[in-house]
Design a protein around this ligand. Structure first.
Ligand code: UD1
Length: 429
């Protein structure tokens, strides 16, 4: 299994091209199941999760082809993929695949819309908590699906197709909102989705569905209206830039010091996190080229944060921010409100010398003047990258084991960091 070797102490200077967003690419790829025509997706990141989902969609009947490399394209250019689900050939999503990637559960809505039946494995727990799917099933039932649970599978049918209705989510859910929009797009009649997730990836999916012929209004606000259409067709859509990758590298620069332009990043997609970095002592600016983050000389100030649905502080940036706070001059409090068990990185950060105490949903981080390299291992992708950030500022050498977590969510991580002066290398095998 690959490992990443990091020698800490270098500042980051230069440019990092931000890739297409994993969390937009996955639902966009799944949307290809909704039509028998071709959906072309540009700016798709090269990630293990994208390849795995392509395999899963292949089982359902999606033809997936990637454009070859074009002249002038470099390693940082996104890929263009063509996805065509001429026919749905299999309506079962088996446990061994769904358990590898939770988001693949979302195939349930388009399978029901196209084929009237779906048998999709319950995803099970994961490293960051129980993560139920009750709200996704509630949305599908509200739109007329009949649902049973049998031997760990959700067995669902829509004998007369989806029927429009009113869905009110008691809790903001990204996957629930994606599912509701995909089910409602070709339902008979109109659907109102209340307390919808407002994440940029929800808006990106709605934009793509609208290009495919859907009639979705209000995505990006808490109330989404969907007027069902008879059929969706092909479209071409470019995946939006990854705000979590942006926030991760922005935090890395705040940690090491230096000056990096995050090319193609959109500041509005992570304003709360950028504000927190500025409060910690970084200088953040943005223009049409991207987001620029600098930190010179001055130390890191402690900043309290609390995760929240968009536009709040993203839970997917919590671990990275905690890594930064381990070097702050003082005590910070980090409260996780989205997932119940998302502090798996705390023990590993402690191996690098961090001082962190847990009190329920809050981590109390007492900044230290020095971190020291060590072998570490992480259990999810955001936690893994928090260890990379800590290692960049640690004295000596760190080996991050189980790199496949990083490969799930970060394209060319070691290449992007070393191009800015970090000493990061991959050890194969
Ligand atoms: C998505 C993101 C993930 C991010 C999360 C929150 C993708 C591929 N993944 O995950 O990176 O951390 O949003 O921003 O886009 N919940 C229920 N019942 C449900 C569904 C969710 O109780 O049926 C709860 C969850 O346990 C969690 C909260 O709702 O506490 C938010 O989860 P949700 O927004 O659905 O996360 P995902 O869509 O799975």
């Amino acid at each position: 299994m690959d490992r990443i070797h990091i020698k800490g102490g270098s500042r980051l200077n230069g440019e990092i091209k931000i890739s297409g967003a994993k969390n937009a690419a996955l639902p966009l790829m799944i949307a290809s199941l909704l039509t028998n025509e071709t959906l072309t997706l540009e700016n798709l990141p090269r990630l293990a999760d994208v390849s795995l989902l392509a395999r899963i969609l292949g089982n359902h009947g999606v033809d997936y082809s990637l454009n070859g490399k074009r002249p002038g394209e470099d390693i940082d250019s996104g890929q263009t993929a063509h996805l065509t689900a001429r026919e749905i050939v299999d309506t079962t999503a088996p446990y061994d695949l769904v358990s590898k990637m939770r988001a693949s559960f979302w195939v349930i809505a388009p399978l029901l819309a196209r084929a009237g039946e779906a048998r999709v494995s319950l995803p099970g727990g994961c490293a960051i908590g129980t993560r139920p799917v009750d709200l996704l099933l509630m949305a599908l039932e509200t739109l007329g699906a009949k649902i049973d649970i049998d031997a760990g599978y959700v067995v669902a049918t829509t004998p007369r197709g989806f029927v429009g209705g009113e869905i009110t989510f008691p809790k903001v859910t990204v996957g629930g909102t994606h599912t509701a929009m995909m089910a409602a797009a070709t339902a008979h009649g109109s659907t109102l989705i209340r307390n919808a997730a407002r994440e940029p990836e929800v808006k990106d999916l709605a934009d793509c569905l609208n290009k495919m012929g859907a009639r979705i209004h209000g995505a990006g606000t808490p109330t989404i209206e969907v007027t069902g259409v008879a059929k969706l067709g092909g479209a071409r859509h470019s995946v939006l830039p990854d705000r979590i990758e942006t926030g991760t590298y922005a935090t890395a620069v705040a940690m090491t010091g230096g000056d990096v332009l995050l090319k193609g990043a959109v500041a509005d997609h992570l304003q709360e996190a950028l504000d927190a970095l500025a409060a910690a002592g970084a200088t953040v600016s943005s223009d049409n080229q991207g987001v620029r983050v600098k930190r010179n000389g001055a130390g890191i100030s402690p900043v309290d944060i609390e995760t929240a649905p968009f536009p709040g502080f993203a839970t997917d940036l919590q671990a990275q921010f905690m890594a930064l706070m381990t070097r702050a001059k003082g005590v910070s409090r980090i409260r996780e409100t989205i997932f119940e068990n998302r502090f798996m990185h705390v023990q590993e950060l402690a191996r690098l010398g961090a001082r962190i105490k847990l009190d329920g949903d809050t981590a109390i981080v007492e900044g230290v003047s020095k971190l020291r390299g060590a072998p570490v291992m992480a259990t999810d992708l955001r936690a893994s990258v928090s260890l990379v950030i800590a290692a960049l500022a640690a004295e000596g050498e760190t080996i991050v084991n189980r790199v496949y977590h990083l490969d799930r969510g970060f394209e060319n991580l070691e290449h992007k960091l070393s191009a800015c002066g970090a000493e990061v290398t991959r050890i194969s095998g």
